[in-house]
Write a protein that binds this ligand. Structure first.
Ligand SMILES: CC(C)(COP(=O)(O)OP(=O)(O)OC[C@H]1O[C@@H](n2cnc3c(N)ncnc32)[C@H](O)[C@@H]1OP(=O)(O)O)[C@@H](O)C(=O)NCCC(=O)NCCS
Length: 175
């Protein structure tokens, strides 16, 4: 009998458990990111915002299926036009745990935690088709300058406080 090449689908009764990322999770997170994106596949602009920066672990989340880390989303301190904000990414889920809503749950959880921690705005570089249903909106082209080339249609924000995404202008920088 030929073994199926399709990845095994995670059973709904083994839905992963979320928790904040801990310092000791870094190696497993790096492995998941490497498998999901391959080496050097990040948008350069996003990587500029992460290098020489440190993730905000209290609002970065990982998903566990038993002892296996199967999902992650990281948040980073940035400034947008001189105002503090958080940058979201990378964001990945292991293939056999996809399309179960885990990705959306990670995004909602991290953004809710950011809001509770007092952050006002989340910015990311990603697909509107995925993130707009989660509440993110496009920044009008020409308003923000990221530290590298980026398709303006992929620059998305989520206001965590009313009006925090209004009239955004200026440089997006790490820290
Ligand atoms: C993006 C990712 C994290 C989503 O994880 P997930 O747990 O499957 O997410 P959800 O279950 O909430 O949503 C799944 C749905 O989103 C869709 N989707 C995934 N990536 C998408 C994208 N880039 N654009 C539009 N839709 C997308 C899937 O097709 C799926 O649709 P379906 O339910 O009709 O099958 C996962 O696909 C992944 O790790 N991809 C590789 C890394 C990556 O691209 N990260 C995002 C960078 S911005």
């Amino acid at each position: 009998m030929t073994a199926s090449l399709a990845p095994a689908r995670a059973a709904s009764n083994t839905l992963p458990i979320l928790g904040p990322e801990r310092p000791e999770d870094g190696r497993l997170v790096a492995g998941l990111i490497e498998r999901a994106f391959g080496p050097g596949r990040y948008a350069k602009a996003a990587e500029r915002l992460r290098e020489r920066n440190a993730p905000l672990l209290d609002i970065s989340f990982v998903a566990w299926s038993g002892v296996r880390l199967v999902g992650c989303v990281r948040m980073w301190p940035i400034h947008v036009g001189g105002t503090p904000a958080v940058f979201l990414g990378p964001f990945a889920v292991e293939p056999e745990f996809r399309s179960l809503g885990l990705g959306a749950t990670l995004i909602r959880r991290a953004c809710a935690a950011a809001g509770e921690a007092g952050h006002r705005l989340v910015l990311l570089v990603g697909d509107g088709a995925y993130f707009e249903p989660l509440g993110f909106t496009r920044v009008p082209p020409g308003r923000l300058v990221l530290p590298g080339p980026v398709d303006p249609a992929r620059v998305l924000t989520l206001a965590l406080q009313p009006g925090a995404d209004r009239d955004l202008r200026g440089a997006v920088v790490a820290g």
